[in-house]
Design a protein around this ligand. Structure first.
Ligand code: ATP
Ligand code: MG
Length: 425
């Protein structure tokens, strides 16, 4: 036998039995995001490596160690499989003149790639949905995006397991000042810092606050808080945001150690977190990034956005016992060549009438017993049966597959109404 191929580590298949949950998520998402007037943008997976270095930041986990990067075939440029969507979205917005003097609300969905240690809820190919709004500097846009995510959790029935943590990083200048104050504090504990934090002390000290290592928690708890070093405008912005959230009944927790791992954020940062997924508890993360557009060569444009990991949302639904419908509605059984022909014709008539009933017409032959087994396996609620007897009478037999009821016979012209009564439109 030839050697079998297997999937690349950390790049899981989504199997047919799991796809229903993805569809359910995507359907809810599309409906909800269009209700808020956001437009979809579809972006390429490959971008120039420099785009991510300049936006996410050289000294971040993503750029330092998580990117899938390789040389183009002609060896002229370095390419990277996108680890996130914001950089590409901003690049496209500038390139196509979508941002200049305009207000834009956009969203995207698709695979992202990060070279991480694979575990439950953490993969090397995973999927994000994200939104970005450009041209708005007031807190109303943060509030809009938080309201729409809160609504999403309710629609997905996971709102009871998710909480919102917010923080403000202040202006870039305030952040720079705070960075020095933090470094001065951390240097006193240099010997006690773990290896990651030792490295970050030089490259990205704010990220140390985000460490999940229990041994680091006392040092982190004693660190000066960036809240105390915010510029006045950022303080006003943050207070305004918190006030609006309270007025609208959106619960939140201020987490002074929330810094986010990417360089481009200023002022507002937030995460929606759950305690049901262990170390993979961040479900959705976002914030304001008012300088990124300029940094990538565009005009000064305020911006706010977030991204969520679809796999983590589906894992959370699974942990809460929320199931999505995978089964078909109808399994159409038939016996004999003539009945088979009529069955195929009639099934097309039913699809002309209502395309939202999910129906399998049996194929592959076999007797009634075999076909009923297949019908059962399909999870169908209803089996329709067409044999010689039914053909002669102009009827169809019906069996409820999930109930202990007798098979019944109905005339062909009653079938549509019967299905509406039992399956809806
Ligand atoms: P974490 O702290 O868990 O590594 P992150 O801060 O790196 O998350 P972001 O870059 O903010 O994550 O990405 C936004 C969202 O994308 C996360 O909240 C998470 O839901 C999801 N996500 C990020 N990395 C992965 C991954 N490797 N596998 C699955 N989902 C991921
Ligand atoms: Mg990460």
């Amino acid at each position: 036998m030839n050697k079998k191929f297997t999937a690349i580590r950390g790049m899981p298949d989504v199997l047919p039995q799991n796809v229903a949950a993805w569809h359910a998520f995507e359907d809810i998402w599309r409906k909800l995001i269009s209700a808020y007037g956001y437009e979809e943008i579809r972006l390429p997976i490959l971008e120039t490596t420099g785009l991510f270095k300049r936006s996410i930041g050289e000294a971040t986990d993503i750029v330092e160690k998580e990117m899938f990067t390789f040389q183009s075939k002609d060896d002229k440029e370095s390419l990277t499989m996108r680890p996130e969507g914001t950089a590409g979205c901003v690049r496209a917005g500038i390139e196509h003149g979508l941002l200049y003097h305009q207000i834009r609300r956009m969203w995207y969905m698709g695979p992202m790639f990060r070279y991480e240690r694979p575990q439950k809820g953490r993969y090397r190919q995973f999927h994000q949905v994200g939104v970005e709004a450009f041209g708005l500097s007031d807190t109303d846009i943060e509030v809009e995006q938080l309201l729409l995510t809160a609504r999403l959790w309710r629609e997905l029935k996971i709102d009871s397991a998710i909480t919102l943590e917010v923080n403000s990083l202040g202006s870039l200048e305030a952040r720079r000042k705070y960075r020095q104050i933090l470094v001065d504090y951390l240097e006193k504990y240099q010997k006690d810092l773990d290896e990651d934090s030792q490295r970050r002390l030089v490259t990205n000290p704010l990220r140390i606050l985000d460490s999940k290592n229990p041994a680091m928690q006392d040092i982190i708890a004693g660190a000066p808080k960036c809240q105390e070093y915010l510029d006045d405008d950022s303080v006003r912005h943050f207070n305004d945001l918190l006030q609006r959230l309270s007025d609208l009944g959106v619960s939140y927790q201020v987490n002074p150690n929330l810094v986010r791992g990417l360089d481009y954020y200023n002022r507002t940062v937030y995460e929606w977190v759950t305690d049901k997924l262990g170390a993979q508890g961040a479900v959705c993360a976002g914030g304001r990034y008012d300088t990124l557009v300029e940094q990538l060569g565009g005009n000064e444009t305020p911006a706010v956005g977030f991204a969520m990991g679809i796999e983590r949302i589906l894992l959370l639904q699974e942990a809460l016992g929320i199931e999505s419908q995978t089964a078909v509605d109808i399994y159409f059984i038939h016996a004999g060549a003539k009945a088979e022909r009529e069955c195929i014709r009639f099934s097309e008539e039913l699809r002309d009438f209502n395309l939202s009933w999910r129906m399998i017409v049996h194929s592959g032959g076999g007797n009634f017993k075999h076909q009923f087994k297949q019908a059962d396996k399909s999870g169908a609620k209803i089996a329709l049966i067409l044999g010689d007897e039914e053909l002669e009478k102009g009827a169809v037999s019906v069996k409820f597959m999930r109930a202990a009821e007798e098979q019944l016979s109905i005339s062909r012209n009653e079938v549509k109404q019967f299905l509406i009564n039992h399956l809806g439109r």
